[in-house]
Design a protein around this ligand. Structure first.
Ligand code: ASP
Ligand code: MG
Length: 403
């Protein structure tokens, strides 16, 4: 059986017209002799609205009831899709997570799919039906409805592709694919034809909000090829696949953050345990620390420590640092409006000189680099936010991403 999983995101089922369009896309695949499994998110805005309602009822809304509530958005969209498929003469029915069943483990709100029962769906496919399955939800060992993390219908699609051994998993969304950088910031951004899981994970967690990061990890572990494409235009999208399927290319994309701040602690006593004492209260207060650098202390006594956080956390962080009795420092410097800009590419593992090219391209535009951090497939620098567009353009050009 040639199975394809087609996943529709919130905007691609965001209105009655769009649901009709989704149904015609599904119909096209059945004509290609595919057995189609459909998985859908809620119509756009619906899940947020349900979350809002739960907050209005209680600021401590019961978590298992939260899952019952917020999973209902998918019930609506799936019934409408099936109804439309019936209308155009196709055999179809909706399936809620527990009806399949899709088994999950872990806490409410952040469950993970561990198993999907196959037989009912396989039988239905063999009988010529199109199952339309609710994304984002499952059932746990206590027979309670669960939801995955927000954006989790991507994970549902990947796991359905895994358990049904699908030939393809296609994610229909409101963009044409994954871009070399954000097209809203830089007009010359180009759609990427193929990208590795590893690069996509970096891009997703650094702000290219095309797919839920956890779902890409699931795809990577299970070697599922994902096609991301537009639900509105019939154009090739981006294939997310294994590294070895990707030809020579040094850099795949440029990503950036827009809401970071930098904190420097000057004259910190340089002795074992200091860094831990600084960061412990921050971690207890869920403050996400990103880039960290510590200077080498010239005299072995005092050093400076710099790190970045989200700008929303500035006040809280400053207070925690000033009230921390376990650390001593001379001064604290806070710089708002910085951006982390990163180049990403598996090609940099084997290509020397990438770091130098990045720094040179920025220096030619007189952009000062404040902090640097690197991983195997990523180089990030911190710059003034005002230079963001200029920096993106310079790097895009240096690594020939518009070609
Ligand atoms: N409807 C859910 C959400 O908004 C799941 C999803 O969109 O993937 O988070
Ligand atoms: Mg989504």
């Amino acid at each position: 059986m040639k199975i394809v999983v087609l996943k529709f995101g919130g905007t691609s089922v965001g209105s009655i017209d769009r649901i009709k369009k989704a149904a015609s896309i599904i119909a096209r695949f059945t004509k290609k002799k595919y057995k189609v499994i459909v998985v859908s998110s809620a119509m756009s805005g619906v899940t947020n609205d349900l979350v809002r309602k739960s907050n209005q009822i209680s600021n401590n809304f019961n978590e298992s009831e939260y899952d019952v509530l917020v999973s209902t958005g998918e019930q609506i969209s799936c019934a409408l899709i099936s109804g439309r498929l019936n209308h155009i003469g196709l055999k179809s029915r909706s399936w809620l997570g527990w009806q399949v069943p899709i088994i999950t483990t872990g806490n409410h709100k952040t469950s993970r799919i561990t198993n999907i029962f196959r037989y009912k769906i396989i039988k239905y496919l063999k009988d010529g039906g199109i199952p339309v399955i609710t994304g984002f939800q499952g059932i746990n060992s206590n027979d309670r409805i669960t939801t995955l993390e927000r954006g989790g219908s991507d994970s549902s699609a990947i796991m359905l592709a895994k358990f049904f051994n699908a030939e393809k998993c296609i994610i229909f969304t409101d963009v044409e694919g994954v871009y070399t950088t954000d097209p809203n910031i830089f007009k010359k951004a180009k759609k990427i034809d193929k990208i590795s899981y590893e690069e996509m994970l970096e891009m997703a967690s650094l702000g290219a909000k095309v797919m839920q990061p956890a779902s890409i990890q699931d795809a990577r572990l299970n070697r599922i090829n994902i096609d991301v494409k537009s639900a509105f235009k019939d154009k090739p999208g981006t294939l997310i696949t294994r590294k070895k399927n990707i030809s020579n290319r040094i850099i795949t994309g440029v990503t950036f953050t827009k809401n970071d701040s930098k904190i420097s602690l000057l004259g910190v006593v340089d002795k074992p345990g200091v860094a831990a004492s600084i960061f412990e209260p921050l971690s207890h207060n869920s403050i996400n620390v990103d880039m960290v650098v510590q200077n080498i202390s010239a005299d072995g006594k005092k050093t400076d420590l710099t790190f970045t956080i989200k700008s929303d956390d500035i006040k809280k962080t400053e207070k925690l640092l000033r009230n921390n009795k376990n650390i001593k420092f001379k001064d604290i410097l806070i710089t708002k409006n910085v951006s982390k800009i990163s180049i990403i590419g598996v090609g940099m593992i084997t290509t020397p000189g990438v770091t130098y090219r990045m720094f040179k391209a920025l220096s030619q535009k007189k952009i000062n680099i404040q902090v640097i951090s690197t991983s195997e497939i990523k180089i990030s620098v911190l710059i003034k936010k005002a230079y963001l567009k200029k920096a993106v353009a310079a790097l895009h050009k240096e690594f020939k991403l518009e070609k």
